[in-house]
Design a protein around this ligand. Sequence first.
Ligand code: C2E
Ligand code: MG
Ligand code: MG
Ligand code: MG
Length: 295
Amino acid sequence: AARSDGRGGVRRYDPGMRAAAEAARELEQELRGALERGEFRLVYQPVVTLADRRVTGFEALLRWASPRLGPVGPDRFVPAAEAAGLIGEIGAWVLREACTTAAAWRRAHPRAGDLTIAVNVSAAQLTSAGLVDQIAVALAESGLPAGALVLEVTETALVRDPEHAAASLTALRALGVRLALDDFGTGYSSLAHLRQFTVDVLKIDRSFVSTMAEGEVMPAIVRGTIDLGRTLGLEVLAEGVEHDHQARLLAEGRCDSAQGYLFARPLERPDAEAVLLEQAACPGAAVPSPRGPRP
Ligand code: C2E
Ligand code: MG
Ligand code: MG
Ligand code: MG
C-alpha cells in the first residue's frame, strides 16, 4: 500500500521495510502453535567454578526448530513472542521443563545433589501477574528445592518498569529462589540498580570478557564488577569465556564462576547428563575439554 505524502505526491514504502514487516508477521504466525507442536527444546550450558573448574549448575537456553523457518535464535524469537503476547505460556513451559530436568539430575546423580539450574526471564515475564505462580507450580510439580533455581533478569528488564519489577523480585525472593543480574554492565547506572534490586549473582556480560586479551591486565570494568560483587557478598559469574587466558585471569582476580565455549557450549540434554556422569566418575577432574554441538 502507498499513501499520500500530503503534497499531492505518493510516498512509496521502502521495500526493505516491507520485507521486514512481512518477515515479522511470518515469525509471529509460526510462533503461534509452536509450543503445542513441540517445536521448543532446552539446551544446557554448564556453569563451572573458576578455582577448580567443576560443574556446579547449568543455564537453560531455549531453542526453536521451526519446520518452515528452520532454527531461529532466542535473540530473535523471544522479543517476537513478547510482542505477540506468547512469552507467558512459553516461559511457563521453560520453567517446568528446566525444573523437571534439574530435579531428575539431582536425584540420579548423588554428586550433583546441589546442582543449580538458571532460567532466563524476559521483561514482559517479570512484570506479568502470573510469574510467581508459574514458578511455585514448577517447583512443586518437579520437587526441585527453590534454592536450586536461579532466575536471570537483565537490567533492561528491571528499568522498564522499576516499581513493578522491584515488587516482582521481592515476591520471588520470598519463594526462596535465587536471582541473577544477567548481562551486567550493559545497561546503564548499574550501581543504582544494585541498591534498588537485591540479587544474589552478577553475570559479567560476554562483551567485557571478550576484551580480555592475552598478556594484558584485567579490564577496569571486569575488575570493578568483581570487587563490587565481593563487597556486596554476591557471587560473580563471567559469561562467554572462550580462551584459557581469560579463565586464568578471572580466577586470579577471584571471580567465582564462569560459562563459555572454553568449558562447554550449550549441550543437548543427554550430553549435559554425560558431563555430570563423567564428573561423578572422576571427582578430581576438571570439566571435560571443549565439546558439544554448535549452539
Ligand atoms: P543470555 O542469557 O545472556 O545467554 C548467553 C548467550 O551467550 C547464549 O546465547 C549462549 O549460547 C551464548 N554463549 C555462551 N557462551 C558463549 C561463548 O563462550 N561465546 C559466545 N560467543 N557466546 C556464548 P543464546 O542461547 O542464543 O541466547 C541468547 C539470549 O536469549 C540469552 O542471553 C537470553 O537473554 C535469551 N534467552 C535464551 N533462552 C531464553 C528463555 O528460555 N527465556 C527467555 N526469556 N530468554 C531466553
Ligand atoms: Mg542468561
Ligand atoms: Mg547473559
Ligand atoms: Mg549476554
